[in-house]
Design a protein around this ligand. Structure first.
Ligand code: SF4
Length: 620
C-alpha cells in the first residue's frame, strides 16, 4: 500500500485502496506522504481519527523519519470562537435574559475568550453540543464579516486557516474538505488550491457527505439567526428603524405560518407529499426576506448591517431556487427536527461534480478505508465518486480469521418480518452469551428492531448474568467506555455503533447482527439516489442497495476482530443469506472464517478460547 500511495503521490494520480483491519493503513499512507515532500491534506470521517493523526501518528512518524514537518489540525468554523459575535451577543445581553443558563454560560465563555490562544471551543468541555449558546458565539460563512470585521486581525478562524496554509500536512475532516470544495457553510475554498495530495481515510463516508454539500439546504434556523443578528447589529450601530422592525415582524409571522402549516412531527418528508398551504407560504417568506434585505441595504449603517442585508437577500434567493428547481435534477425534501425545519435539495448524481473538482487541478487523490470493495470489485465506490478508471488496490487483513473467528448462521430463523423474529434471534444468541458470560454487541438495523431486541433479551434473561447496556441510555462514547470497563457487558445498539468502534480483547467476543442492513426505502435521500440510477437506465438494487448493504455488513462484522489475539463469533440472524440469490454476495464479502450452523459449536469455540486465554493469563 505504501508503494502504491507513493506512486500516486509522485504521479499526481488518483488511487483507491481497501485495506483490511490491522494492515496499518494509516502508516502506509503517512510514510509516503511525509517522504514525498508534497503539501498534503489528510481528511478523516471521525474526530477520533483526526485527533489520533494530529496528536500521535504524524508527529511520531515525522520524528522517526527525521523530517521536521509542520502539521496543522483544522476544524470547521463552528468549532472556533467568533469574537465579533460574542461581542454582539454580550451587548445584546438583556434580550437573552429569559433563556435559562445562557447568561451564565456566556459569562464563562467571555472569561475563557480572554485567555485562549486558539479559540477552539473543544477547550470549553462543559459547553454541551446542543447548547443554544453555540450559534451566538460562532460564525457561518454567511455571517462572517471577513476583512471588514473589527476583530479580523485577532480572529481565531482566520488564524487557524493561516496556520493550515503554512503547514505541510493539514488534518481535516470530510465535512470541512467537501464544504471547501463546494464553497458551502464553513468552507473558504482556499484549502485545495495549495494542496498537492489529498488523502481521504474512512473514505466510504465520502459519497454521502458529498451529496449533502453538492445539494442545497435552507433552514428556519438560518432565518432565526438572521433576525437575531439584525437586532444585535442595529443595537451595536445605535440605529432605530420602525420600518425594519416592521419587516422583521413580517418575516417572523411567515415563519410561524410555515411551522403552522407543516403537517407532521420529526422526520423526513418528500416535497411532493407536502400540503399546498405549506408550499404557498414559501413565496411569501421569500418576498418578506427580500423586503427586509432592501430596508437593511437602504440604511447604510456599517459592515454588520450590510452583511445582514446580503444574508437576507441570499436566504430569499435560495428559498426561491428551492421552490423552482427542476425535479429532473434531484429530489426535494423537508426535514423536521427538534431545532426546526430545513428544506433540502439533493442531486441524483454527485459523481460528475466530484470528478470535476478532482480534474480541476493537478493533485493526487487517495481514497482508503477498510470497506470500499465487494470482494475485489471496486466498481460501486469508484463510480459513486466519479473515478471509474482509477487504479485500485485491495490489501487483505493480516488477521487469521480462519483461526480467530467463526461465522454462525442459525438454522430455521423465521423471515425478518415475522413477529417472532426478535425473540428467535435472541434464542439463537443465548447459548453463546451464556458460554462467553456476555461480552457481546447485538447490532440492530432499526430502532424498532432494537426495542424488540431489548424486550426479547429481558424475556430470555429476566436476571441477566451479565451487565446489559442499551444505546440511548448514555452518550455513545460514555457507553463504549462503560462497555470496555465492565469487560463482560452486552451492548444492544443500532446505526452509529456499526462503524468507528474499536474494542480490543475478550470484552468483545460476539458480534450479532439481526438483519441484513438494507437502508430504509422510505428515506428521501435514498429515494433520490435510486431515482438517479433508474433515470440513467441502471438497476437501483444491484447498483446501489445491494452493494451499500454489503459494505454496511462488512463494517458491522469488522467490529469483532481488532487485533492478532482477538477471537469470537459473528452471528448473522437473517435467513435471506441462505434463501435469497443475493445472499451469496454478502457471504462472499465476509472474512474467510469457518461457517457454523449450530449454537453448540459457537458456544464450544468461545468456551475453549476463553479458557485458553485464562490459562495464559495465569501463566504470565
Ligand atoms: S472575521 Fe468573521 S469569524 Fe472572525 S471574528 Fe470577525 S466575524 Fe467572527
Amino acid at each position: 500500500m505504501a508503494t502504491a500511495v507513493g506512486r500516486a503521490l509522485a504521479r499526481l494520480e488518483p488511487l483507491i485502496v481497501e485495506a483490511g483491519t490491522g494492515t496499518g493503513k494509516t502508516f502506509a499512507y503517512l510514510v509516503p506522504a511525509l517522504l514525498s515532500g508534497r503539501s498534503v491534506i489528510i481528511s478523516t470521517g471521525t474526530r477520533t481519527l483526526q485527533d489520533q493523526l494530529f496528536r500521535r501518528d504524524v508527529p511520531m512518524l515525522a520524528k522517526v523519519l527525521g523530517l521536521p514537518v509542520k502539521v496543522a489540525l483544522l476544524k470547521g468554523r463552528a468549532n472556533y470562537l467568533c469574537r465579533h459575535r460574542l461581542e454582539l451577543t454580550l451587548q445584546q445581553g438583556s434580550l437573552l435574559g429569559g433563556e435559562r443558563g445562557v447568561a451564565q454560560m456566556l459569562e464563562r465563555v467571555s472569561r475563557w475568550a480572554a485567555t485562549t490562544p486558539s479559540g477552539d471551543l473543544a477547550e470549553l468541555t462543559d459547553l454541551p453540543e446542543q447548547s443554544s449558546v453555540w450559534p451566538m458565539i460562532t460564525s457561518t460563512r454567511e455571517n462572517c464579516l471577513g476583512q471588514e470585521c473589527p476583530q479580523f486581525s485577532r480572529c481565531h478562524v482566520f488564524d487557524a486557516r493561516r496556520a493550515a496554509q503554512a503547514a505541510e500536512v493539514v488534518v481535516v475532516n470530510h465535512h470541512l474538505l467537501l464544504a471547501d470544495l463546494a464553497l458551502k457553510d464553513e468552507g473558504f475554498g482556499d484549502l485545495l488550491p495549495g494542496a498537492e495530495a489529498v488523502i481521504l481515510d474512512e473514505a466510504h463516508q465520502v459519497p454521502d457527505i458529498a451529496a449533502q454539500f453538492f445539494g442545497q439546504v435552507w433552514s428556519v434556523r438560518q432565518v432565526q439567526i438572521l433576525v437575531r443578528d439584525v437586532v444585535a447589529e442595529l443595537a451595536a450601530a445605535v440605529v432605530r428603524s420602525p420600518a425594519i422592525t416592521g419587516e422583521l415582524s413580517i418575516v417572523e409571522a411567515r415563519l410561524d405560518d410555515l411551522r403552522g402549516t407543516f403537517p407532521g412531527g420529526a422526520g423526513r418528508y418528500e416535497w411532493a407529499n407536502l400540503p399546498e398551504a405549506f408550499l404557498d407560504v414559501l413565496p411569501e417568506l421569500e418576498t418578506a426576506l427580500g423586503d427586509l434585505a432592501k430596508e437593511l441595504e437602504g440604511l447604510g449603517a456599517g459592515a454588520g448591517v450590510a452583511n445582514c442585508a446580503r444574508r437576507s437577500q441570499g436566504l430569499a434567493a435560495s428559498l426561491g431556487a428551492l421552490g423552482s428547481v427542476p425535479d429532473a435534477a434531484g429530489l426535494r425534501w423537508v426535514e423536521a427536527a427538534m431545532n426546526g425545519l430545513s428544506l433540502h435539495f439533493t442531486p441524483f448524481e454527485i459523481a460528475d461534480r466530484l470528478r470535476g473538482y478532482i480534474d480541476a487541478r493537478p493533485c493526487a487523490w487517495v481514497f482508503t478505508s477498510a470497506t470500499l470493495a465487494i470482494g475485489d470489485d471496486f466498481a460501486h465506490f469508484a463510480s459513486r465518486i466519479g473515478l471509474p478508471d482509477a487504479r485500485t488496490l485491495h490489501i487483505d487483513s493480516p488477521f487469521d480469521y480462519r483461526d480467530q473467528a467463526r461465522i454462525y448462521l442459525p438454522r430455521n430463523m423465521p423471515d425478518p418480518q415475522h413477529p417472532a423474529f426478535a425473540a428467535r434471534f435472541i434464542d439463537a444468541c443465548a447459548p453463546l452469551l451464556e458460554a462467553s458470560g456476555g461480552r457481546a454487541f447485538l447490532l440492530y438495523t432499526s430502532y424498532r428492531g432494537l426495542a424488540d431486541g431489548v424486550a426479547a433479551l429481558k424475556a430470555r434473561f429476566p436476571e441477566p448474568p451479565f451487565p446489559v447496556l442499551v444505546q440511548g441510555e448514555a452518550p455513545r462514547e460514555a457507553l463504549l467506555t462503560r462497555f470496555r470497563e465492565l469487560g463482560n457487558a452486552v451492548l444492544l445498539a443500532t446505526g452509529s455503533f456499526w462503524e468507528g468502534v474499536d474494542v480490543k480483547g475478550e470484552a468483545l467476543s460476539i458480534v450479532a447482527i439481526d438483519k441484513l442492513p438494507f437502508a430504509s426505502p422510505d428515506d428521501p435521500l435514498l429515494k433520490a439516489r435510486l431515482e438517479g440510477i433508474r433515470r440513467r437506465g441502471g438497476n437501483p438494487f444491484s447498483e446501489y442497495q445491494l452493494p451499500q448493504a454489503v459494505l454496511a455488513l462488512k463494517q458491522g462484522v469488522g467490529r469483532l476482530i481488532r487485533d492478532f489475539d482477538d477471537f469470537g463469533v459473528i452471528v448473522l440472524g437473517d435467513p435471506r443469506l441462505k434463501t435469497k440469490g443475493y445472499g451469496k454476495v454478502f457471504l462472499m464479502a465476509l472474512p474467510p472464517s469457518p461457517v457454523i450452523t449450530e449454537a453448540a459449536a459457537g458456544a464450544q469455540f468461545l468456551t475453549e478460547r476463553l479458557s485458553r486465554l485464562r490459562e495464559r493469563l495465569c501463566e504470565s
